[in-house]
Design a protein around this ligand. Sequence first.
Ligand code: ATR
Length: 276
Amino acid sequence: MSPTGSTRLAAVIGDPVRHSLSPVLHNAAFEALGLDWTYVAFEVAAGRSGDALAAVRALGIAGLSVTMPHKAAILDGLDDVSPVADALGAVNCVTNQRGRLVGDNTDAPGFVTGLAHDTSLDLAASRVVVVGAGGAARAVIRGLADAGAREVIVVNRTGDRARAAAALADDRGRVGDITDVKAADLVVNATSVGMGDQTRAVPFDPALIAPGQVVVDIVYEPQETRLLAELRANGVEAYNGLSMLLFQAARAFELWTGETAPVSAMSTAVRSVLAR
Ligand code: ATR
């Protein structure tokens, strides 16, 4: 559908942003539902998220995805922030509610919805180890705690970041070490090890995990990291980060449009781009 005079606009801001899969996900969703909306990417340099929010207000942009380096800085310019975004100190989604700009974090519930989509794990009965304590790991940890996970153990190279991240799960969170993965029902790699220039590396020894345990590697590019390949070769149930990517976008779509996200159309579109 070509834009018209009444087309509503959603966008992502970030730097870098040209590789973002968000336009693919959201435009596929608008198209599937026949909505007169379109989604574009704006390269916005660090320190300029306030200017971007002024543009959102002036132009009446309806929804904004926020990625690095703006996820924390943008909190200052919003009219309201959801409890989960406030706890994480990170916003990845802004909804323009008739001029009131409301920040949310859909990565946290998006991870949990993706997990429910991929697995049949009962989180209330699950001991989870999250490896990593950066922005992505923090969203996973908070999402798991909000969804009622029995225990969330955080393992990270840098100890003070691990302590701050574990605190996001309140009394169910603690810092652990890599041997804790042996007794976990679910292990999540939320480090950047396995992507970018670290594709040959594994975040932990896959031999620590046995069949019967579930692993999610939140990396989705490559779709099969070395960790996932070795785990699957050992008969372990293991998933990549595509579901988290998909369901964080689905939730943002629903906040902006009020419609149920067409998840399978979004999934097909993103998989076809990643397959290229
Ligand atoms: P993001 O916001 O994408 O999560 P980040 O905040 O830079 O990115 O966090 C990256 C995570 O990967 C951190 O947990 C980092 O560990 P540190 O907190 O110790 O820096 C982890 N990480 C990255 N490269 C790593 C490596 N080679 N070995 C172990 N952990 C690594």
